[in-house]
Design a protein around this ligand. Sequence first.
Ligand code: ARG
Length: 384
Amino acid sequence: MALALRIMSRLGIAAVTGVLLAGAFSAPGQAADPTPTVVGGTQAAQGEFPWMVRLSMGCGGAMYTEQIVLTAAHCVSGTGANTSITATYGVVDLQSTSAIKRTSKYVLQAPGYNGTGKDWALIQLASPITGASLLKLNTDIANDNGTFDIMGWGAATEGGGQQRYLLKARVPFVDDTTCKASGGSYSGLVVAEEICAAYPQGGTDTCQGDSGGPMTKVVNGVPVQIGIVSWGEGCARAGKPGVYTQVSNFAAAIKAAADSIGGTVPPGGCGKSFTNATDVAIPDNTTVTSSVAASGCTGNASGSATVAVDIKHTYRGDLVIRLIAPDGTSYLLEDFPNGDSADNVLKTYTVNLSSEVANGTWKLSVQDTASADTGKIDSWTLTV
Ligand code: ARG
């Protein structure tokens, strides 16, 4: 039973209609009450959590840049162009006519996400929300304690309906050891990637439909994002904490991913260049390689990656040039006609590497197919 619940809450915003904060709003009308007499959530004031976003698939999110919303990986179906999501910003009342809405254009799901940990994703909007309030990522694990703010339009009771008005609550940090010992699915807690929060007695929690929304804390007067609503067994149950993606662990990866989709580099690209300028001799009838180690990228290489080569050779018709990806896939860059008697290759090739993971060891392979003329790889630069 516990496992079934966990699978439900992990796979499924869609499968589970509800979502949100703890507590016990018993009827939608009560959510509008500024001082609800219930355990758990209360209504947030307009502007209290100005970065907060509602996503149309039934999740929350936070503005990370004017054009990128940070949410949960389990709220999206994968990485790629996506115009199916509507983001609603700037209101606590989802029916307000002053709501600012944007359609998605691209979704980047955390690389390596497989349902356990790594529960983060970026949604790039079709156009920026100029002047939007942005929520900073926590980059310091020392902040991962104390009391946190949680907020969302999800269910106000386990199994309950979604809310029209944004609800908020406060929950204390639960250490990894205690959280992991909470029975059932909690034994699978990925301690480096997940952070838990709840009162031991329960009663206050995020719930279905809050997923993807932020868990925050004010640090030196500035709100920072500590977590992303991820999962829990039921909602607000005693001894069953809410589990959140631990943002401090992913802040660098999230930033790199946002840079990769926000800049001029095509989606999936990293934009970094790697050069090997050590000479490699090209003897007759031999294949030689020169390597570069790409690092610091998130996700796949660019759909328009470039390979700039500087090869010295006395008869380039002898040469076949390939790029070998970290996984061994070979991309033919050029097979010069045997009769091409020109010297040297000083040329930049554009290659679609969007199906390749950017990080790793890439090789330039140069094959000499004849006798009599030789040369060297002088240098080459890969931009992924
Ligand atoms: N997975 C849920 C969602 O998709 C969020 C569950 C949070 N549960 C909890 N008990 N804190 O909305």
